[in-house]
Design a protein around this ligand. Structure first.
Ligand code: SDX
Length: 433
Protein backbone atom coordinates (compact mmCIF):
# COMPACT_ATOMS: atom_id res chain seq x y z
CA UNK A 1 0.00 0.00 0.00
CA UNK A 2 1.12 3.50 -0.72
CA UNK A 3 1.80 6.11 1.90
CA UNK A 4 2.49 9.79 1.61
CA UNK A 5 5.84 11.36 2.31
CA UNK A 6 7.71 14.59 1.59
CA UNK A 7 4.56 16.42 0.50
CA UNK A 8 6.12 19.82 1.33
CA UNK A 9 9.20 19.14 -0.81
CA UNK A 10 7.52 18.77 -4.19
CA UNK A 11 6.40 22.22 -5.18
CA UNK A 12 5.47 22.97 -8.73
CA UNK A 13 4.90 26.51 -9.94
CA UNK A 14 3.03 27.14 -13.19
CA UNK A 15 1.61 30.39 -14.46
CA UNK A 16 2.09 32.05 -11.08
CA UNK A 17 0.15 29.32 -9.28
CA UNK A 18 1.84 26.98 -6.81
CA UNK A 19 0.93 23.36 -6.13
CA UNK A 20 2.31 20.88 -3.65
CA UNK A 21 2.53 17.36 -4.97
CA UNK A 22 2.64 14.34 -2.68
CA UNK A 23 5.08 11.49 -3.09
CA UNK A 24 3.68 7.98 -2.83
CA UNK A 25 5.98 5.19 -1.72
CA UNK A 26 5.54 1.53 -2.54
CA UNK A 27 7.07 -1.35 -0.60
CA UNK A 28 10.25 -1.31 -2.71
CA UNK A 29 11.47 0.68 -5.71
CA UNK A 30 11.35 4.36 -6.58
CA UNK A 31 8.59 6.58 -5.19
CA UNK A 32 6.09 8.23 -7.50
CA UNK A 33 4.88 11.80 -7.72
CA UNK A 34 1.10 12.00 -7.34
CA UNK A 35 0.01 14.35 -10.12
CA UNK A 36 -3.71 13.57 -10.02
CA UNK A 37 -4.67 17.15 -9.11
CA UNK A 38 -2.34 18.77 -11.65
CA UNK A 39 -5.01 19.56 -14.24
CA UNK A 40 -7.74 20.56 -11.82
CA UNK A 41 -5.40 22.81 -9.79
CA UNK A 42 -3.00 24.17 -12.41
CA UNK A 43 -4.77 23.51 -15.73
CA UNK A 44 -1.86 21.59 -17.31
CA UNK A 45 -1.27 18.00 -18.39
CA UNK A 46 1.96 16.04 -18.43
CA UNK A 47 3.46 14.85 -21.73
CA UNK A 48 5.06 11.40 -21.71
CA UNK A 49 4.77 9.46 -25.00
CA UNK A 50 5.48 5.78 -24.37
CA UNK A 51 4.83 6.41 -20.64
CA UNK A 52 8.55 6.18 -19.76
CA UNK A 53 8.01 8.26 -16.60
CA UNK A 54 4.41 7.39 -15.84
CA UNK A 55 3.01 4.91 -13.35
CA UNK A 56 -0.52 4.03 -14.45
CA UNK A 57 -1.67 1.98 -11.47
CA UNK A 58 -0.85 0.53 -8.07
CA UNK A 59 0.04 -3.17 -8.25
CA UNK A 60 1.19 -5.86 -5.81
CA UNK A 61 1.78 -8.60 -8.39
CA UNK A 62 5.19 -8.15 -10.02
CA UNK A 63 8.23 -6.06 -9.17
CA UNK A 64 11.10 -5.29 -11.55
CA UNK A 65 14.37 -3.57 -10.71
CA UNK A 66 15.63 -2.87 -14.20
CA UNK A 67 19.00 -1.53 -13.09
CA UNK A 68 19.83 -4.67 -11.10
CA UNK A 69 18.06 -7.17 -13.38
CA UNK A 70 15.63 -8.31 -10.68
CA UNK A 71 12.16 -9.78 -11.31
CA UNK A 72 9.90 -10.81 -8.42
CA UNK A 73 6.41 -12.28 -8.57
CA UNK A 74 4.58 -11.60 -5.30
CA UNK A 75 8.09 -11.20 -3.82
CA UNK A 76 9.53 -14.48 -5.13
CA UNK A 77 12.55 -14.22 -7.50
CA UNK A 78 11.85 -15.52 -11.00
CA UNK A 79 14.83 -17.91 -11.01
CA UNK A 80 13.59 -19.58 -7.81
CA UNK A 81 10.12 -19.97 -9.27
CA UNK A 82 11.51 -21.33 -12.55
CA UNK A 83 13.69 -23.88 -10.74
CA UNK A 84 11.28 -25.02 -8.01
CA UNK A 85 7.71 -24.31 -9.01
CA UNK A 86 5.27 -25.28 -11.74
CA UNK A 87 3.34 -23.05 -14.11
CA UNK A 88 -0.01 -23.64 -12.43
CA UNK A 89 1.51 -22.98 -9.03
CA UNK A 90 2.89 -19.67 -10.34
CA UNK A 91 -0.54 -18.95 -11.86
CA UNK A 92 -2.12 -19.46 -8.44
CA UNK A 93 0.51 -17.22 -6.88
CA UNK A 94 -0.06 -14.42 -9.38
CA UNK A 95 -3.83 -14.63 -9.01
CA UNK A 96 -4.05 -15.05 -5.25
CA UNK A 97 -0.92 -13.46 -3.82
CA UNK A 98 0.44 -16.53 -1.99
CA UNK A 99 1.85 -19.90 -2.98
CA UNK A 100 -0.93 -22.49 -2.66
CA UNK A 101 -1.09 -24.93 0.23
CA UNK A 102 -1.51 -28.59 -0.75
CA UNK A 103 -5.32 -28.62 -0.82
CA UNK A 104 -5.46 -25.22 -2.54
CA UNK A 105 -3.04 -26.47 -5.20
CA UNK A 106 -5.14 -29.59 -5.81
CA UNK A 107 -8.37 -27.60 -6.01
CA UNK A 108 -6.86 -25.05 -8.43
CA UNK A 109 -5.26 -27.67 -10.67
CA UNK A 110 -8.50 -29.66 -10.79
CA UNK A 111 -10.52 -26.55 -11.61
CA UNK A 112 -8.20 -25.62 -14.48
CA UNK A 113 -8.15 -29.18 -15.75
CA UNK A 114 -11.95 -29.37 -15.75
CA UNK A 115 -12.24 -26.32 -18.01
CA UNK A 116 -9.77 -27.32 -20.74
CA UNK A 117 -12.33 -28.26 -23.41
CA UNK A 118 -13.82 -25.59 -25.66
CA UNK A 119 -17.37 -25.48 -27.00
CA UNK A 120 -17.59 -27.77 -30.04
CA UNK A 121 -19.16 -24.94 -32.03
CA UNK A 122 -15.95 -22.93 -31.64
CA UNK A 123 -14.43 -25.23 -34.28
CA UNK A 124 -16.52 -23.41 -36.88
CA UNK A 125 -14.54 -20.23 -36.21
CA UNK A 126 -11.31 -21.97 -37.21
CA UNK A 127 -12.80 -23.18 -40.47
CA UNK A 128 -13.50 -19.56 -41.37
CA UNK A 129 -9.80 -18.64 -41.34
CA UNK A 130 -7.56 -19.07 -44.36
CA UNK A 131 -5.46 -22.20 -44.06
CA UNK A 132 -2.28 -20.07 -43.99
CA UNK A 133 -3.64 -17.61 -41.39
CA UNK A 134 -1.07 -16.51 -38.81
CA UNK A 135 -1.98 -18.33 -35.58
CA UNK A 136 -1.90 -15.02 -33.69
CA UNK A 137 -4.68 -13.75 -35.98
CA UNK A 138 -6.69 -16.84 -35.04
CA UNK A 139 -5.94 -16.29 -31.35
CA UNK A 140 -7.21 -12.69 -31.43
CA UNK A 141 -10.45 -13.77 -33.13
CA UNK A 142 -11.20 -16.96 -31.23
CA UNK A 143 -10.40 -15.62 -27.74
CA UNK A 144 -12.60 -12.58 -28.42
CA UNK A 145 -15.35 -14.95 -29.58
CA UNK A 146 -15.29 -16.79 -26.23
CA UNK A 147 -17.36 -13.96 -24.74
CA UNK A 148 -20.29 -15.09 -26.87
CA UNK A 149 -20.03 -18.63 -25.46
CA UNK A 150 -19.83 -17.64 -21.82
CA UNK A 151 -22.19 -14.71 -21.30
CA UNK A 152 -22.63 -15.92 -17.70
CA UNK A 153 -19.04 -15.06 -16.83
CA UNK A 154 -18.95 -11.62 -18.38
CA UNK A 155 -20.48 -9.93 -15.33
CA UNK A 156 -17.31 -8.25 -14.12
CA UNK A 157 -18.90 -6.95 -10.93
CA UNK A 158 -19.49 -10.44 -9.54
CA UNK A 159 -16.33 -11.87 -7.88
CA UNK A 160 -17.47 -15.45 -8.50
CA UNK A 161 -18.03 -14.82 -12.23
CA UNK A 162 -14.65 -13.08 -12.42
CA UNK A 163 -13.03 -16.16 -10.89
CA UNK A 164 -14.81 -18.51 -13.29
CA UNK A 165 -13.91 -16.49 -16.37
CA UNK A 166 -10.29 -16.18 -15.18
CA UNK A 167 -10.04 -19.95 -14.78
CA UNK A 168 -11.79 -20.56 -18.09
CA UNK A 169 -9.27 -18.35 -19.87
CA UNK A 170 -6.22 -20.00 -18.27
CA UNK A 171 -7.65 -23.48 -18.92
CA UNK A 172 -8.77 -22.95 -22.52
CA UNK A 173 -5.95 -20.86 -23.93
CA UNK A 174 -3.62 -23.88 -24.58
CA UNK A 175 -6.50 -25.72 -26.29
CA UNK A 176 -7.22 -22.69 -28.49
CA UNK A 177 -3.50 -22.24 -29.30
CA UNK A 178 -2.98 -25.92 -30.14
CA UNK A 179 -6.08 -25.87 -32.38
CA UNK A 180 -4.64 -22.86 -34.25
CA UNK A 181 -1.48 -24.90 -34.85
CA UNK A 182 -3.34 -28.01 -35.94
CA UNK A 183 -5.49 -25.97 -38.29
CA UNK A 184 -2.39 -24.58 -40.02
CA UNK A 185 -1.14 -28.15 -40.56
CA UNK A 186 -4.49 -29.48 -41.73
CA UNK A 187 -4.41 -32.09 -38.97
CA UNK A 188 -7.38 -33.03 -36.76
CA UNK A 189 -7.79 -31.12 -33.52
CA UNK A 190 -6.81 -33.02 -30.39
CA UNK A 191 -9.04 -32.94 -27.34
CA UNK A 192 -7.29 -32.13 -24.05
CA UNK A 193 -6.35 -35.00 -21.76
CA UNK A 194 -7.06 -34.24 -18.16
CA UNK A 195 -4.56 -36.70 -16.69
CA UNK A 196 -1.69 -34.65 -18.10
CA UNK A 197 -0.03 -31.59 -16.59
CA UNK A 198 -0.67 -28.19 -18.16
CA UNK A 199 2.58 -28.30 -20.18
CA UNK A 200 2.21 -31.98 -21.11
CA UNK A 201 -1.36 -31.44 -22.24
CA UNK A 202 -0.32 -28.54 -24.44
CA UNK A 203 2.43 -30.62 -26.05
CA UNK A 204 -0.03 -33.49 -26.55
CA UNK A 205 -2.62 -31.21 -28.20
CA UNK A 206 0.07 -29.73 -30.49
CA UNK A 207 2.08 -32.78 -31.44
CA UNK A 208 0.03 -35.94 -31.14
CA UNK A 209 -1.95 -37.36 -34.05
CA UNK A 210 -4.81 -39.85 -33.78
CA UNK A 211 -2.95 -42.35 -35.96
CA UNK A 212 -0.04 -42.79 -33.55
CA UNK A 213 0.68 -42.98 -29.86
CA UNK A 214 2.47 -39.81 -28.69
CA UNK A 215 5.07 -40.13 -25.98
CA UNK A 216 5.78 -36.93 -24.07
CA UNK A 217 9.44 -36.43 -23.33
CA UNK A 218 9.68 -35.34 -19.65
CA UNK A 219 12.65 -33.11 -20.49
CA UNK A 220 10.63 -31.27 -23.10
CA UNK A 221 7.56 -30.91 -20.88
CA UNK A 222 9.76 -29.60 -18.02
CA UNK A 223 11.36 -27.08 -20.40
CA UNK A 224 7.91 -26.08 -21.67
CA UNK A 225 6.70 -25.54 -18.11
CA UNK A 226 9.75 -23.34 -17.43
CA UNK A 227 9.12 -21.28 -20.57
CA UNK A 228 5.54 -20.74 -19.42
CA UNK A 229 6.70 -19.64 -15.95
CA UNK A 230 9.26 -17.22 -17.42
CA UNK A 231 6.60 -15.53 -19.58
CA UNK A 232 3.77 -15.50 -17.03
CA UNK A 233 3.78 -11.81 -16.05
CA UNK A 234 5.89 -8.69 -16.40
CA UNK A 235 4.08 -5.80 -14.73
CA UNK A 236 2.78 -2.96 -16.94
CA UNK A 237 4.17 -3.98 -20.36
CA UNK A 238 2.34 -2.95 -23.56
CA UNK A 239 -0.06 -5.92 -23.71
CA UNK A 240 -0.85 -5.87 -19.99
CA UNK A 241 -1.50 -2.13 -20.12
CA UNK A 242 -3.74 -2.84 -23.12
CA UNK A 243 -5.70 -5.41 -21.09
CA UNK A 244 -6.01 -2.97 -18.18
CA UNK A 245 -7.12 -0.05 -20.33
CA UNK A 246 -9.60 -2.25 -22.24
CA UNK A 247 -10.96 -3.56 -18.96
CA UNK A 248 -11.17 -0.09 -17.43
CA UNK A 249 -14.25 0.59 -19.56
CA UNK A 250 -16.01 -2.45 -18.09
CA UNK A 251 -15.44 -4.64 -21.17
CA UNK A 252 -15.71 -8.40 -20.59
CA UNK A 253 -12.51 -10.35 -19.78
CA UNK A 254 -12.47 -12.41 -23.00
CA UNK A 255 -12.53 -9.24 -25.11
CA UNK A 256 -9.83 -7.68 -22.91
CA UNK A 257 -7.50 -10.68 -23.25
CA UNK A 258 -8.07 -10.66 -27.04
CA UNK A 259 -6.90 -7.02 -26.99
CA UNK A 260 -3.82 -8.09 -25.01
CA UNK A 261 -3.03 -10.79 -27.58
CA UNK A 262 -3.25 -8.20 -30.37
CA UNK A 263 -0.78 -5.94 -28.59
CA UNK A 264 1.60 -8.81 -27.82
CA UNK A 265 1.79 -9.73 -31.50
CA UNK A 266 3.98 -6.73 -32.46
CA UNK A 267 7.69 -7.40 -33.11
CA UNK A 268 8.74 -4.77 -30.55
CA UNK A 269 6.91 -6.84 -27.90
CA UNK A 270 6.04 -10.57 -27.86
CA UNK A 271 6.48 -10.89 -31.61
CA UNK A 272 10.21 -10.43 -31.05
CA UNK A 273 10.79 -14.17 -30.43
CA UNK A 274 9.57 -14.91 -33.96
CA UNK A 275 11.58 -11.96 -35.30
CA UNK A 276 14.76 -13.23 -33.55
CA UNK A 277 14.62 -16.54 -35.38
CA UNK A 278 13.97 -14.84 -38.71
CA UNK A 279 16.88 -12.49 -38.02
CA UNK A 280 19.27 -15.35 -37.11
CA UNK A 281 18.28 -17.18 -40.29
CA UNK A 282 18.80 -14.01 -42.33
CA UNK A 283 22.26 -13.48 -40.81
CA UNK A 284 22.90 -17.07 -41.87
CA UNK A 285 26.55 -17.27 -40.89
CA UNK A 286 28.74 -16.13 -38.01
CA UNK A 287 30.91 -14.20 -40.49
CA UNK A 288 27.99 -11.83 -41.24
CA UNK A 289 27.23 -10.84 -37.63
CA UNK A 290 29.43 -7.73 -37.77
CA UNK A 291 27.47 -6.46 -40.76
CA UNK A 292 24.15 -6.83 -38.87
CA UNK A 293 25.51 -5.30 -35.68
CA UNK A 294 26.59 -2.28 -37.75
CA UNK A 295 23.13 -2.06 -39.34
CA UNK A 296 21.54 -2.07 -35.86
CA UNK A 297 23.84 0.78 -34.79
CA UNK A 298 23.13 2.88 -37.88
CA UNK A 299 20.63 5.64 -37.01
CA UNK A 300 19.55 5.84 -40.67
CA UNK A 301 18.77 2.13 -40.85
CA UNK A 302 15.49 1.02 -39.21
CA UNK A 303 16.96 -2.44 -38.49
CA UNK A 304 17.27 -3.31 -34.78
CA UNK A 305 18.68 -6.44 -33.21
CA UNK A 306 15.58 -8.35 -32.16
CA UNK A 307 15.86 -9.88 -28.70
CA UNK A 308 18.05 -7.01 -27.46
CA UNK A 309 17.08 -4.02 -25.36
CA UNK A 310 14.24 -3.42 -22.96
CA UNK A 311 12.37 -0.41 -21.68
CA UNK A 312 12.92 -1.38 -18.05
CA UNK A 313 15.98 -3.66 -17.93
CA UNK A 314 19.25 -1.81 -18.14
CA UNK A 315 20.97 -5.04 -17.18
CA UNK A 316 20.66 -8.70 -18.22
CA UNK A 317 16.99 -9.73 -18.31
CA UNK A 318 16.86 -12.31 -15.46
CA UNK A 319 14.48 -14.43 -17.55
CA UNK A 320 17.00 -14.51 -20.40
CA UNK A 321 19.64 -15.81 -17.96
CA UNK A 322 17.38 -18.77 -16.99
CA UNK A 323 16.31 -19.29 -20.60
CA UNK A 324 19.95 -19.36 -21.78
CA UNK A 325 20.79 -22.25 -19.44
CA UNK A 326 17.55 -24.04 -20.31
CA UNK A 327 18.26 -23.57 -24.01
CA UNK A 328 21.62 -25.37 -23.73
CA UNK A 329 20.06 -28.15 -21.64
CA UNK A 330 17.29 -28.78 -24.14
CA UNK A 331 19.61 -28.76 -27.14
CA UNK A 332 22.06 -31.09 -25.39
CA UNK A 333 19.33 -33.48 -24.30
CA UNK A 334 17.81 -33.53 -27.76
CA UNK A 335 21.26 -34.25 -29.13
CA UNK A 336 21.32 -31.00 -31.12
CA UNK A 337 25.04 -30.37 -30.74
CA UNK A 338 25.76 -27.98 -33.55
CA UNK A 339 22.70 -25.89 -34.19
CA UNK A 340 23.86 -23.21 -36.66
CA UNK A 341 21.27 -20.70 -35.40
CA UNK A 342 22.36 -21.20 -31.80
CA UNK A 343 25.96 -20.74 -32.86
CA UNK A 344 25.04 -17.42 -34.49
CA UNK A 345 22.98 -16.45 -31.41
CA UNK A 346 25.90 -17.14 -29.05
CA UNK A 347 28.35 -15.20 -31.18
CA UNK A 348 25.89 -12.35 -31.65
CA UNK A 349 25.37 -12.15 -27.90
CA UNK A 350 29.14 -12.09 -27.33
CA UNK A 351 29.77 -9.39 -29.94
CA UNK A 352 26.83 -7.20 -28.86
CA UNK A 353 27.72 -7.43 -25.16
CA UNK A 354 31.26 -6.21 -25.93
CA UNK A 355 30.27 -3.49 -28.38
CA UNK A 356 30.59 0.12 -27.17
CA UNK A 357 27.15 1.08 -28.63
CA UNK A 358 25.30 -1.72 -26.82
CA UNK A 359 27.28 -1.16 -23.59
CA UNK A 360 26.61 2.57 -23.58
CA UNK A 361 22.88 2.13 -24.30
CA UNK A 362 22.67 -0.79 -21.83
CA UNK A 363 21.19 -3.12 -24.43
CA UNK A 364 21.20 -6.70 -23.14
CA UNK A 365 19.53 -9.85 -24.46
CA UNK A 366 15.90 -10.04 -23.35
CA UNK A 367 13.56 -13.00 -22.76
CA UNK A 368 12.76 -13.32 -26.46
CA UNK A 369 16.38 -13.84 -27.48
CA UNK A 370 16.56 -17.49 -26.34
CA UNK A 371 12.96 -18.66 -26.22
CA UNK A 372 12.67 -19.02 -30.00
CA UNK A 373 15.72 -21.28 -30.17
CA UNK A 374 14.28 -23.66 -27.56
CA UNK A 375 10.83 -23.64 -29.16
CA UNK A 376 12.36 -24.38 -32.55
CA UNK A 377 14.26 -27.32 -31.06
CA UNK A 378 10.99 -28.60 -29.61
CA UNK A 379 9.49 -28.63 -33.08
CA UNK A 380 7.36 -25.47 -33.04
CA UNK A 381 7.32 -23.42 -36.24
CA UNK A 382 8.33 -19.76 -35.86
CA UNK A 383 4.81 -18.38 -36.22
CA UNK A 384 3.78 -20.32 -33.09
CA UNK A 385 6.40 -18.65 -30.85
CA UNK A 386 4.33 -15.59 -29.97
CA UNK A 387 1.30 -17.82 -29.48
CA UNK A 388 3.21 -19.63 -26.73
CA UNK A 389 4.02 -16.29 -25.16
CA UNK A 390 0.28 -15.48 -25.22
CA UNK A 391 -0.60 -18.81 -23.58
CA UNK A 392 1.73 -18.05 -20.67
CA UNK A 393 0.94 -14.33 -20.41
CA UNK A 394 -2.80 -14.99 -20.18
CA UNK A 395 -2.18 -15.74 -16.50
CA UNK A 396 -0.52 -12.36 -15.95
CA UNK A 397 -3.20 -10.52 -17.93
CA UNK A 398 -5.96 -12.20 -15.95
CA UNK A 399 -4.24 -11.48 -12.61
CA UNK A 400 -3.70 -7.82 -13.54
CA UNK A 401 -7.25 -7.46 -14.86
CA UNK A 402 -8.67 -8.82 -11.58
CA UNK A 403 -6.43 -6.50 -9.57
CA UNK A 404 -7.60 -3.53 -11.62
CA UNK A 405 -11.30 -4.35 -11.26
CA UNK A 406 -10.97 -4.55 -7.47
CA UNK A 407 -8.83 -1.40 -7.14
CA UNK A 408 -11.02 1.28 -5.51
CA UNK A 409 -9.17 4.12 -7.25
CA UNK A 410 -9.55 2.54 -10.69
CA UNK A 411 -11.48 4.52 -13.28
CA UNK A 412 -11.65 4.48 -17.04
CA UNK A 413 -8.23 4.95 -18.69
CA UNK A 414 -8.34 8.19 -20.60
CA UNK A 415 -5.02 9.91 -21.40
CA UNK A 416 -5.00 13.48 -22.73
CA UNK A 417 -2.93 14.89 -25.58
CA UNK A 418 -0.83 17.76 -26.83
CA UNK A 419 -2.99 18.96 -29.71
CA UNK A 420 -1.01 20.13 -32.76
CA UNK A 421 -3.78 20.32 -35.37
CA UNK A 422 -5.68 23.30 -36.78
CA UNK A 423 -7.33 25.84 -34.55
CA UNK A 424 -11.03 26.48 -35.16
CA UNK A 425 -11.77 27.39 -38.78
CA UNK A 426 -14.92 27.74 -40.87
CA UNK A 427 -16.18 25.03 -43.21
CA UNK A 428 -15.39 25.68 -46.92
CA UNK A 429 -18.01 24.67 -49.45
CA UNK A 430 -16.91 22.17 -52.13
CA UNK A 431 -16.90 24.77 -54.97
CA UNK A 432 -14.54 27.03 -52.97
CA UNK A 433 -11.87 24.42 -52.06
C1 SDX B 1 9.16 -7.82 -24.61
O1 SDX B 1 7.94 -4.22 -21.49
C2 SDX B 1 8.02 -5.49 -21.22
O2 SDX B 1 8.06 -5.87 -20.09
C3 SDX B 1 8.02 -6.40 -22.44
C4 SDX B 1 8.40 -7.88 -22.20
C5 SDX B 1 7.32 -8.63 -21.41
O3 SDX B 1 7.64 -9.67 -20.82
O4 SDX B 1 6.17 -8.23 -21.45
O5 SDX B 1 9.64 -7.99 -21.53
C6 SDX B 1 8.48 -8.65 -23.54
O6 SDX B 1 8.47 -7.13 -25.30
C7 SDX B 1 10.67 -7.87 -24.76
C8 SDX B 1 11.19 -6.89 -25.82
C9 SDX B 1 11.18 -7.55 -27.18
N1 SDX B 1 11.53 -6.63 -28.23
C10 SDX B 1 12.68 -6.72 -28.95
O7 SDX B 1 13.53 -7.55 -28.68
C11 SDX B 1 12.76 -5.79 -30.12
C12 SDX B 1 14.11 -5.10 -30.14
N2 SDX B 1 14.19 -4.15 -29.04
C13 SDX B 1 13.71 -2.86 -29.17
O8 SDX B 1 13.06 -2.39 -30.29
C14 SDX B 1 13.63 -1.98 -27.94
O9 SDX B 1 14.78 -2.19 -27.18
C15 SDX B 1 12.36 -2.09 -27.08
C16 SDX B 1 11.08 -1.93 -27.89
C17 SDX B 1 12.31 -3.47 -26.38
C18 SDX B 1 12.41 -1.01 -25.99
O10 SDX B 1 12.20 0.23 -26.58
P1 SDX B 1 12.39 1.64 -25.82
O11 SDX B 1 12.42 1.46 -24.37
O12 SDX B 1 11.41 2.59 -26.40
O13 SDX B 1 13.84 2.07 -26.24
P2 SDX B 1 14.29 2.82 -27.54
O14 SDX B 1 13.74 2.14 -28.73
O15 SDX B 1 13.99 4.29 -27.38
O16 SDX B 1 15.85 2.58 -27.51
C19 SDX B 1 16.76 3.38 -26.79
C20 SDX B 1 18.00 3.49 -27.63
C21 SDX B 1 17.71 4.01 -29.04
O17 SDX B 1 18.87 4.69 -29.49
P3 SDX B 1 18.96 6.32 -29.41
O18 SDX B 1 17.80 6.88 -30.18
O19 SDX B 1 18.88 6.66 -27.94
O20 SDX B 1 20.29 6.64 -30.02
O21 SDX B 1 18.58 2.17 -27.82
C22 SDX B 1 18.54 1.83 -29.21
C23 SDX B 1 17.51 2.77 -29.86
O22 SDX B 1 17.78 2.98 -31.22
N3 SDX B 1 18.07 0.46 -29.31
C24 SDX B 1 18.57 -0.47 -30.11
C25 SDX B 1 17.85 -1.65 -29.84
N4 SDX B 1 16.97 -1.41 -28.87
C26 SDX B 1 17.10 -0.12 -28.55
N5 SDX B 1 19.53 -0.43 -31.04
C27 SDX B 1 19.78 -1.56 -31.70
N6 SDX B 1 19.14 -2.75 -31.49
C28 SDX B 1 18.18 -2.79 -30.55
N7 SDX B 1 17.52 -3.94 -30.32
Amino acid sequence: MSNNANSQKNKIVFDGKELELKTLSGTVGPSVLDIRSLYSDLGIFTYDPGYGSTGSCESAITYIDGEEGVLLHRGYPIDQLADNSSFLEVAYLLLNGELPKKDEKTEFENAITLHTMVHEQLINFYRGFRRDAHPMAIMVGVVGALSSFYPDSTNINDPYERMVSSRRLIAKIPTIAAMAYKYSLGQPFNYPQNDLTYAENFLHMCFSVPAEKYKIDPIISKAMDKILILHADHEQNASTSTVRISGSSGANPFACIAAGIASLWGPAHGGANEAVLKMLSEIGDVSRIGEYVNKAKDKNDPFRLFGFGHRVYKNYDPRAAVMRVSCHEVLNLLGIKNDPLLEIAMELEKIALNDEYFIEKKLYPNVDFYSGIILKAMGFPTDMFTVLFAVARTVGWVAQWNEMITDPVQRIGRPRQLYTGYQKRDFINLDKR
